[in-house]
Design a protein around this ligand. Structure first.
Ligand SMILES: [Zn+2]
Length: 163
């Protein structure tokens, strides 16, 4: 109690959920949240979620970057009429994740963590990696990655499609 993990300070023990121990933590932003011991210790959870929100804002700003916008426009022109390929190009442009040969899932941004026995989901934008969380099943990890792509990349796709 009273210990700090990132932006979270432990206030008291929360009721157990399943077999996992949870702690009631106060975030620097003023919000309260229940966090599992393991997540605090491993450093997977460092805020109430407000940091992820901030990261999302950051992504949006990256996409507003003029150079990136110009690249997106060019890609659209080049791929005129081939929407599927265009979408793929934009996604590759917007994110800089590279599919590793030894990627355990076969899906960009999703890999299996042997240490945590969990599927890890992440997205890399301009060489900055954002953790999307750890999941028991592969499908949830894929969904998290898809959601991040949808929230960040699709608005841009829509925007340029009408031009
Ligand atoms: Zn917070």
């Amino acid at each position: 109690m009273g210990k700090r993990f990132g932006r979270l300070v432990v206030e008291k023990k929360s009721p157990e959920k399943g077999h996992a121990a949870f702690w009631f933590c106060k975030c620097d932003c003023g919000n309260y949240t229940d966090v599992a011991s393991t997540k605090l210790i491993q450093g997977t959870t460092k805020s109430c979620g407000c940091q992820l929100k901030k990261a999302r804002e950051k992504w949006k700003n990256i996409y507003k970057d003029e150079k990136i916008q110009e690249k997106i426009k060019k890609t659209f022109r080049k791929n005129d009429g081939r929407e599927k390929n265009t979408k793929l190009s934009i996604l590759e442009l917007a994110t800089s994740d590279k599919l590793k040969a030894n990627n355990s899932s076969g899906v960009t941004g999703v890999s299996y963590s042997k240490r945590d026995k969990r599927w890890r989901s992440y997205i890399t934008v301009k060489h900055i990696r954002y953790e999307l969380g750890y999941f028991k099943d592969k499908e949830s990890a894929i969904q998290a990655r898809k959601k991040a792509e949808k929230e960040l990349v699709e608005p841009i796709l829509k925007k340029y499609k009408n031009k």
